[in-house]
Design a protein around this ligand. Structure first.
Ligand SMILES: Cc1cc2nc3c(=O)[nH]c(=O)nc-3n(C[C@H](O)[C@H](O)[C@H](O)COP(=O)(O)OP(=O)(O)OC[C@H]3O[C@@H](n4cnc5c(N)ncnc54)[C@H](O)[C@@H]3O)c2cc1C
Length: 381
């Protein structure tokens, strides 16, 4: 009976467990998760900050019964501490030792922070886990007139900002780039979007600025400006969890290095999801993590399937607008601005082509054509 051990109960780990069971009824499947709750869909966390009630059926990846019925031995609150590849064993926080024939590293990523004085004060929060969000909720509960600084004006930082505004908290977003959502917007789209942000009551933004110090009630920027902050949120990206892999001698660059089959340099060890650098790329997104978990499981159980990256799409809803961005978004900002709805609300669309083929879509405001355009994306050479 083959023993499969998976470290990490996120998108990649849970999908891998499911695929392993699909492919073998007799295999032993153990899924270790350091979090103490059932594996959940991480993107829902910012939805709950906006006060939205997400039913359990949508919040959790699978109900508890699913793991029992599929004989997936889910060990919650069990952190893998050390991998001994010579004896194919993993030691965990409870003192247990798990042996494996095939091991999947699906440990995800951790919220990145910057080495700024005061960066770990009690009113400074990260936004990666349910525990992070519960701590934030507990901190703001029942307090009026709060102000917050969100460090990072990317997609997630702006979701935080929107969530905090919904809770009547005044927000300043501090972004090191000269524009918001630098990965998704071109310069013209960013200009239109910035205008929408600043029109939102309670929100201000500082672009091209960094936080130099965090104090108990204010942050100081690199130009000396002091901004009042009862709450500070780190939203400066995620760092792949690679320590277990590198201590066990596996190759690590930005993430745990794998080939297109999600194999590391050790034929018994695979990696998938946010912790993995598959064929030179760390994706940091939900659907690719799931797909990598599935592909890893296929190959762990004797198959031969390559992971194909495809394009990455990002969506944002907030500040009275919608944004859809996929593929290669040009820097020039040569899209088309129109008005829709008859109330002066702007919509912006920029389509990027290469050799006559559509390779990038940016829509702001009216995103109703996103799916239709998405079907036309063509990255073939
Ligand atoms: C707030 C938020 C919103 C997001 N919104 C979107 C979105 O809208 N769209 C999108 O595509 N992506 C979104 N993402 C990114 C997406 O959630 C991730 O890409 C995805 O969760 C990656 O899945 P994963 O399985 O690789 O890792 P994770 O989901 O990080 O899961 C890894 C799990 O492994 C556990 N673990 C780590 N180390 C150990 C260990 N040593 N022992 C045992 N367990 C361990 C971790 O605690 C974690 O539970 C969002 C992320 C966040 C934080």
């Amino acid at each position: 009976m083959t023993k499969y051990l998976i470290i990490g109960g996120g998108a990649a780990g849970t999908e891998a467990a499911l695929e392993l069971r699909r492919r073998s009824q007799s295999a032993e499947i153990v899924l270790l998760s350091e979090e103490e709750v059932l594996p959940y869909r991480r993107p829902n966390l910012t939805r709950t900050l906006c006060g939205e009630t997400v039913p359990d059926s949508q919040f959790y990846q699978k109900p508890e019964l699913f793991y029992t019925e599929n004989r997936i031995d889910l060990k919650l609150g069990e952190r893998a501490l050390e991998i001994d590849r010579s004896s194919a064993a993993v030691k965990t926080s409870s003192g247990a030792v798990f042996h494996y024939d095939r091991l999947l590293l699906a440990a995800g990523a951790s919220a990145r922070t910057l080495p700024v004085p005061g960066g770990a004060l009690p009113h400074v929060f990260k936004g990666r886990t349910l525990r992070d969000f519960t701590s934030l909720e507990t901190f703001i509960a029942g307090k009026d007139g709060l102000s917050a600084v969100v460090i990072g004006g990317g997609l997630l930082g702006l979701e935080f900002a929107e969530g905090l505004l919904c809770r009547n908290i005044r927000v300043t977003v501090v972004e090191a780039f000269p524009t918001p959502m630098p990965k998704q917007l071109d310069c013209r789209g960013a200009g239109i979007f910035s205008a929408m942000l600043t029109a939102r009551n309670g929100l201000t933004a500082r672009y091209g600025r960094c936080v130099k110090n965090i104090g108990v009630d204010a942050v100081t920027l690199d130009n000396g400006e002091i901004i009042g902050a009862d709450v500070v949120i780190w939203s400066v990206g995620a760092a792949p969890n690679t320590a277990l892999a590198s201590y066990s001698g596996l190759a690590v660059k930005r993430g745990i290095v794998t080939d297109r089959f999600m194999r590391t340099g050790d034929p018994a060890v695979f990696a998938a999801g946010d912790c993995a650098e598959a064929n030179g790329c760390v994706t940091g997104l939900w659907n690719p993590a799931k797909e990598q978990g599935r592909v890893a499981a296929v190959n762990m159980s004797g198959g031969a399937e390559e992971y194909s990256a495809g394009f990455q799409a990002a969506r944002f809803v907030g500040f009275g607008t919608r944004m859809y961005s996929a593929g290669l978004v040009g820097l020039e900002g040569d899209g088309v601005v129109t008005e829709y709805g008859g109330d002066g609300v702007k919509t912006y669309s920029a389509l990027t082509s290469r050799n006559g083929k559509l390779v990038g879509i940016l829509l702001l405001g009216d995103v109703s054509s996103a799916l239709q355009l998405e079907r036309r994306l063509d990255f073939s050479e």
